[in-house]
Write a protein that binds this ligand. Structure first.
Ligand code: GLC
Length: 579
């Protein structure tokens, strides 16, 4: 039986409290602000491409830049406005490109500089933007800078990386590597330790050396000069470390993106000098004028640290930072209550002009559909959420067709994180909250049903196996033809978001007093209002609406307006327009 409840559709604080169904004193309101004549990057939608797995245009089993260019029409028709392309620089590929050995080049397996220029032109010709991935924190250990730096203690690049003497035969301090283990590694050549915030073959640059900063700013300018629209910044919070090299304090708990540890890595993460560096980098980017180029940070830390990285009240640091609160989506988190708490908290801490950048997946995390244990209804609810909540949505390629993870046994894994944890058996890995084999969520994009799912020509061996079982239904061709597919829901949502300034530029007010399973919020812009209602429950529900609405979008065919209200199908979402 459907439950009937009234939506307290007031936005005036106090009115909701008067409503008989209100359980909370007042709605949480975004700070009223003149906002909204916002810049392109505050309104945009982002689609992440992991180039190795997107489309192989030359039959070598590896995706490439021309493959991306070939599918720009797909992306434009889907309705995404900005693409972020993971690294395609020359690299020994120990971490599939996040270990760069030449910052101003294109790796041959991805194409040529001319291919990149064409990709940029074609992206811009379609009115879209392109963000590159920029790894400022570390280089590959094969980068000529590191090779030279390691060769002696007095070469010209000797101070370009973070070198220290140990304490006897122990490392200089207790700093860690983010994937686990110690951050310091001994070089026999130089008879000193170097710091690596990620894996041992990714030595951290010494950003306290002005020459390093200059060299990296030159890299940034090189790509901006080519016309890229900005950068996604890899592990940006790690860049500056404590200049005294003090130990991390003993503080058992979940640190750095929810990873358990005994010591809080506060001497090596979110140092105030990193906040200053964010501002400095923004100035470098601003040299290139309008339309503004942007900085999107991969950062870990508290909300306050996030705000500092964004430049504090003035937002003159990074433009945007990813929000990873949906990293795990364990069962209790797949609820209206959890989503409400996340939105409430970011509305408080990130009022306009700050824009939250909610993500459900990326090349490091399990795929959204797998986190949801294949709950297709919930995937649709979350799509409505992501495209209608205040902020910049970022979609990982394949999320729009509901791709799932593929089990890749550790013996066949290519991911260096999997190799690091080689001692953890496969059956244990499935139970761990952390993703120990990122191959599973990096398998090739599924364009069609059939051999290699259209990623590379038949007869070619793709660099990672195609998820054949998933590709049968989770593929672009099949879903394009099905009006009820997830792909078509994403397309409708992205279209709606573009058409309605309420969604891309408006403020947000949470509706309080709704049934436990329903999340609701208004989006307002210049006197116009949309109401979004999301039902997380496996049963339909009817809600009474005191005003009159039209239904702009329902994620399930059974969602409909009924006399005096709206019916939400089980696990569905609607977008309503106040008449
Ligand atoms: C970031 C990237 C990840 C990479 C790591 C080291 O977390 O997203 O893929 O392995 O940094 O660069």
């Amino acid at each position: 039986m459907a439950e009937k409840l009234e939506v307290p559709v007031t936005e005036r604080p106090g009115m909701a409290a008067a409503s008989p169904v209100t359980r909370h004193p007042s709605p949480v309101t975004s700070h009223p602000s003149p906002v909204t004549s916002s810049s392109w990057w505050q309104r945009t939608t982002i689609y992440q491409i992991y180039p190795r797995s997107f489309l192989d245009s030359n039959g070598d089993g590896i995706g490439d830049l021309n493959g991306i260019t070939a599918r720009l029409d797909y992306l434009r028709d889907l309705g995404v406005e900005t693409i972020w392309v993971s690294p395609f620089y020359p690299s020994p590929l120990a971490d599939h490109g996040y270990d760069i050995s030449d910052y101003c080049g294109v790796a041959p397996e991805y194409g040529t500089m001319a291919d990149l220029e064409r990709l940029l032109d074609e992206t811009h010709r379609r009115g879209m933007k392109l963000l590159m991935d920029m790894v400022l924190n570390h280089t590959s250990d094969q980068h000529p800078w590191f090779v030279e730096s390691r060769s002696s203690r007095d070469n010209p690049k000797a101070d370009w990386y973070i070198w220290r003497d140990g304490k006897g035969d122990k490392p200089p301090n207790n700093w860690i590597a983010l994937p686990g283990g110690r951050g310091w590694h001994y070089s026999r050549e130089r008879r000193q330790w170097y710091m690596a915030s990620f894996l041992p073959f990714q030595p951290d640059l010494n950003w306290r050396n002005p020459e390093v900063k200059q060299a990296m700013w030159d890299v940034v300018r090189f790509w901006l000069g080519k016309g890229v629209d900005g950068f996604r910044l890899d592990i940006f919070s790690s860049i500056m470390k404590d200049a005294r090299f003090a130990d991390n304090p003993f503080s058992p708990g979940l640190h750095a993106g929810g990873i358990p540890g005994l010591y809080k890595p506060s001497m090596q993460l979110n140092h105030p000098d990193t906040f200053a560096l964010a501002r400095e980098l923004r100035q470098v980017v601003r040299e290139f004028g309008e339309p503004e180029r942007i900085l999107l940070g991969e950062v870990f830390g508290s909300k306050e640290e996030h705000r500092q990285l964004l430049g504090g009240a003035t937002n003159d640091g990074l433009n945007l930072v990813f929000i990873f609160d949906f990293h795990f989506l364990r069962r209790p988190q797949r609820t209206a209550r959890f989503f409400r708490s996340v939105v409430r908290s970011f509305e408080r801490h990130f009022p306009p002009p700050f824009q939250p950048t909610y993500v459900f997946g990326n090349h490091d995390q399990r795929r959204l559909m797998s986190k949801l244990e294949n709950d297709a209804g919930l995937a649709r609810v979350l799509a409505v959420f992501q495209m209608t909540v205040r902020g910049v949505p970022t979609v990982y390629m394949g999320e729009e067709i509901g791709m799932t993870d593929l089990f890749v046994p550790k013996e066949r894994a290519q991911d260096p994180v999997s190799k690091l944890y080689d001692w953890v058996p496969d059956w244990v890995r499935g139970w761990l909250p952390v993703n120990l084999n990122r191959d599973q969520n990096r398998t090739p994009m599924q364009w069609e049903d059939g051999e290699n799912a259209g990623f590379c020509p038949p007869g070619t061996t793709p660099w990672l196996p195609v998820n054949e079982a998933s590709a049968r239904t989770a593929n672009v061709v099949a879903q394009q033809e099905d009006p009820r597919s997830l792909l078509n829901l994403y397309r409708s949502l992205l279209g709606l978001r573009r058409e309605h300034a309420e969604l891309h530029s408006g403020t947000l007010t949470l509706v309080e007093g709704l049934p436990e399973s329903v999340l609701g919020y208004f989006r307002h812009f210049e006197g116009r209002r949309l109401l979004v209602l999301l039902n997380f429950a496996p049963a339909s529900i009817e809600l009474r609406l005191p005003e009159s609405y039209s239904l702009l979008l329902g994620s399930a065919p059974e969602c409909e307006l009924v006399p005096g209200g709206v019916r939400l199908a089980a696990k569905s979402g609607v977008v309503l327009q106040v008449q």
